[in-house]
Ligand binder design. Sequence first.
Ligand code: FES
Length: 186
Amino acid sequence: MTQAATPGSMPATTGDEIDLDVVRAMLAHIQPGDHQEAQELILAALQEVNEHFGYVSLAAAEVVAEHLGTTASRVYGLLTFYADFRTRPRGKHFMLLCHGMSCYALGSQRLVQELKDTWGVADGETTADGELTVQVVNGCLGVCDRAPFVKLDADYHGDLTTESFNEVLRRTIDAGGSWKDADHGH
Ligand code: FES
């Protein structure tokens, strides 16, 4: 599982590429009725930004704070507390690797090891060539009958062996494209 940093602290981001006007436009539909509701909507707002851009930059978190009339440190706190949020850009391809109970029982640890040995990437990291970012998910992705299971960009792959896992990764990277091609519709 991605280790969450201490709530309230915020890892430095480099090369902020998030267009803040787009963030503002995205948040426009989130209109809390009062302060309490605004607090409750912080996570939803962060989720939208994270889904759309693949991460939430420091500046984007500040726009969320501004929009919801809360402090930037409150938003950073939530952002760093929940491991699902990324604070740095994703690589070209994005993998969620299920490490829930069924996947674990059927060998997800082998896939995690394979990522380290063959691809040089661990949970929360991006390969040196920027092709692949991996996130290990400790909760169940809901398809245990296909364990061990990963979601790679828009595609789902189950019943994976080390061989088929490497094959899927190679094929996806060779095909080009990126996680951005996936449908992020809610
Ligand atoms: S534990 Fe992996 S899909 Fe359920």
